[in-house]
Design a protein around this ligand. Structure first.
Ligand code: C5P
Length: 233
């Protein structure tokens, strides 16, 4: 069973800009993503403020450190009552297991934990030359996804174009969260490997993360509703 949903990337530099953007959504409560820019600018208070307005939150901080540090950091994030958070699979299975332990609350509940495989900004050439990974980018993504699954995580962040192979390797229930989505008639911007909400639905991804096509639209609410219609209905 898929829980298809659209997550709006709230890539704003301040709490004020974010909250005035969210004020436009009077008849719905979109799932929102808080990334490094907003979190470093506005801190835990913005998480609390958005949560209190009734939105689900994906806290996209991409943790990557020694297992003990990540475990303790995840324990702090889990108290913030977010719905989804993430880390880099490159931190190893041991780090991912520690993260899961830290994230799990005393009552056994926890936010979804998702691993970044290879950033969509990393080309196969750069991965092989800079990171000295001697495999294809697709094999690396599937390998990292399987590691995340072994560690007990819920899924991965990947390009929508990679979601199909991740599902094939890890099963339909393994969650895929995919940025790089553009309307067929929209601007691509700096994203390279993009697809439309409709195509992302066909491929079978669970969540699409959409930023500028919604935040920069003349009517952001209409753009969000169009995304929901094309992807989630
Ligand atoms: O504006 P746009 O739709 O390109 O926003 C996509 C969001 O997803 C941004 O917040 C970006 O940081 C994030 N992201 C991405 N590619 C990844 C991981 C995260 O575009 N591989």
């Amino acid at each position: 069973m898929s829980q298809r949903d659209v997550i709006i990337a709230c890539d704003f530099a301040s709490a004020e800009a974010t909250l005035s953007f969210l004020d436009k959504f009077t008849d719905c409560k979109p799932f929102v993503k808080i990334g490094m820019e907003l979190y470093y600018a506005a801190g835990p208070a913005i998480v609390k403020a958005i949560k209190e307005r009734g939105h689900k939150i994906f806290l996209d901080l991409k943790l990557h450190d020694i297992p003990n540090t990540v475990k303790k950091a995840m324990a702090v994030l889990s108290q913030m009552d977010v719905d989804m958070c993430n880390l880099h699979a490159a931190g190893t299975i041991e780090m991912m297991k520690a993260a899961l332990e830290g994230l799990t609350r005393p009552d056994g509940t926890r936010p979804l934990l998702i691993a970044v495989t290879q950033l969509t900004s990393t080309s196969e050439e750069r991965m092989q030359k800079d990171l000295l990974i001697n495999a294809s980018i697709n094999d690396t993504i599937v390998h990292y996804a399987k590691n995340a699954q072994v560690a007990g995580l819920d899924g991965v962040v990947c390009s929508p174009l990679e979601a199909g192979m991740v599902k094939e390797a890890c099963g339909a229930g393994f969650v895929t969260v995919t940025p790089g989505v553009r309307f067929a008639d929209g601007e691509v911007g700096d994203q390279v490997r993009v697809t439309t909400p409709e195509r992302a639905k066909e491929i079978g991804t669970d969540y699409i993360v959409v930023g500028r096509p919604i935040t920069n639209a003349p009517d952001p609410v209409a753009a969000y509703k169009r995304c929901m219609k094309e992807f989630a209905e």
